[in-house]
Design a protein around this ligand. Structure first.
Ligand code: NDP
Length: 462
């Protein structure tokens, strides 16, 4: 008989926590999981899923325009924001129910409560008041948007969390930030007809992505009338008498809008969690420090997902959960594999990437070859839309291995998933060349770029 109430107690019912709880329970472990808000976590409740539904909603305006080039007469169209919110909420509720019932089916006990650590094996349930013990504990409490408290007027701003529940669609919005969330939401709002400005402190949006694609996306956004204002940031936001907001930028420019959205990174949810009492150390940003196996500084306590500030992506949290189960319940110490993680930014056009950018590859390899195709996809011909697709393969000249694949355009996220298999498998450019094209598709460009567009040797383009 165990000396503890549970073999495993999981704090947090997001993607990582739920996966760990479900799999551990299915192995016959006595598992409990506490979630203070709603099952599904950031991804399902206020992140990936509702965001993608918003992306779909925001694409119709262009689709209606494009349809006319294909012979359709589109009648009067009207967008109803409350209707979208209600439909989205219903879908999220459905998914939340599935998450919860999967936990139930696996046999884990659910606490709809906030859980805090009181010691290395002790957990207190706040509402319930109960104190329980567990042999092992997994912290999977995720993160939340930074709210920029140092900026005067930050309290007038929204973050992605409020964006999912706005009563009204603003007429004008300014989005601060140049990362995933800022870029995705700026495109969503623009697509829904909101006059949108994105303000970013750096030289170009989406730091860390391939420069070519960053630039091309920026231009595409500009062309649509979505203003991208770089090398600037907001210094203050004031509420005006008429309820509108005046966001004053460092440059002196004042943006008068109905909403200001902050998308400036996320913070780990570790406040008042009892980490100190349990001997769980935090890093300077307040995220939980873990070793290569997701173990915290407390021997029996582990942490996975966004709360550890490693890679803030749902599939990564799930992977960390699965590796942890291998480590602690199958006696097979397994480190999560962070090499070659494909990702997509659901901007419009979309960006899907995997592997090294040209810039990083040029630093790491003596000579690289760049295969690049920029073209107008067939879909844009009859519609008359001038949007281009950009595809780029980064290849090590010596081994011929494809180091990175980058796509900007329709369904780039879908393509990134398949490209990820090829890059992860270490396939060479010869394997791409030997692959028959699927015609007519946009993706066929990926296997028909036979000669390099240019080479980069010793950091210089040759
Ligand atoms: P990101 O880290 O992607 O971007 C944060 C942005 O805010 C950067 O442009 C950063 O600038 C800027 N910034 C940071 N601090 C300040 C400040 N004080 N003032 C002005 N600007 C600031 O974070 P997000 O919030 O966009 O997203 C969080 C994470 O969630 C992402 O990193 C990603 O892992 C995940 N995510 C993934 C999605 C997907 O897979 N499609 C979608 C949404 C989120 P700088 O570049 O100069 O540092």
């Amino acid at each position: 008989m165990s000396a503890y109430d549970y073999d495993l107690f999981v704090i947090g019912g997001g993607s990582g926590g739920v996966r760990a709880a479900r799999v551990a329970a299915s192995l016959g472990k006595k598992v409990a999981i506490a979630e203070e808000y709603r099952f599904g976590g950031t991804c399902v409740i206020r992140g990936c899923v509702p965001k993608k539904l918003f992306v779909y909603a925001s694409q119709f305006a262009e689709a209606f325009e494009d349809a006319q080039g294909y012979g359709w007469t589109v009648g009067e169209t009207r967008f109803d924001w409350p209707k979208l919110i209600a439909a989205k909420d219903a879908e999220i509720e459905r998914l939340e129910g599935i998450y919860q019932s999967n936990v139930n089916k696996a046999g884990a006990e659910i606490f709809a409560d906030r859980a805090v650590l009181e010691g290395p094996h002790e957990i207190r349930l706040i509402e319930d008041g109960r104190r329980v013990t567990a042999d092992k504990i997994i912290i999977a409490t995720g993160g939340r948007p930074n709210r920029h408290p140092a900026m005067p007027g930050a309290e007038h701003c929204i973050t992605s969390e409020e964006a999912f529940h706005l009563k009204e669609l603003p007429k004008r919005i300014a989005v601060l930030g140049g990362g995933y969330i800022a870029v995705e939401f700026a495109n969503i709002f623009h697509g829904l007809g909101v006059d949108t400005t994105l303000v970013y402190r750096g030289k170009e949006i989406l730091q860390g992505f391939d420069d070519d694609l960053r630039h091309e996306l920026h231009q595409a956004m500009d062309k649509k009338g979505l203003r991208v204002h770089c090398c600037d940031t907001f210094e203050r936001v004031d509420m005006r008498g008429d309820g509108t907001l005046a966001a004053t930028a460092k440059s002196g420019e004042v943006f008068v809008v109905d909403q200001v959205m902050l998308a400036i990174g996320r913070t780990a949810n570790t406040e008042n969690l009892g980490c100190e009492a349990a001997g769980v150390a935090l890093d300077a940003r307040g995220a939980i420090k873990v070793d290569d196996y997701s173990r915290t500084s407390a021997e029996n306590i582990y942490a996975i997902g966004d709360v550890t500030h490693r890679v803030q992506l749902t599939p990564v949290a799930i992977h960390e959960a699965m590796c942890l189960i291998e480590t602690i319940y199958h006696d097979r110490p397994t480190k999560p594999d962070y090499d070659t993680i494909a990702t997509a930014v659901f901007s419009q056009p979309e960006l899907g990437v995997v592997g090294l950018t040209e810039c990083v590859a040029a630093e790491r390899f003596d000579e690289i070859e760049i295969y690049r195709a920029a073209f107008r996809p067939m879909k844009n011909t009859l519609s008359g839309r001038d949007g281009r697709m950009l595809m780029k393969l980064v290849v090590d000249a010596k081994s011929r291995r494809v180091l990175g694949a980058h796509v900007l355009g329709h369904d780039a996220g879908e393509l990134a998933q398949i490209l990820a298999v090829t890059v992860k498998a270490g396939l060479t450019k010869d394997a791409f060349d030997a692959t028959m094209a699927v015609h007519p598709t946009a993706a066929e460009e990926l296997v028909t770029m036979y000669t390099p567009s240019y080479r980069v040797k010793g950091g210089e383009r040759v």
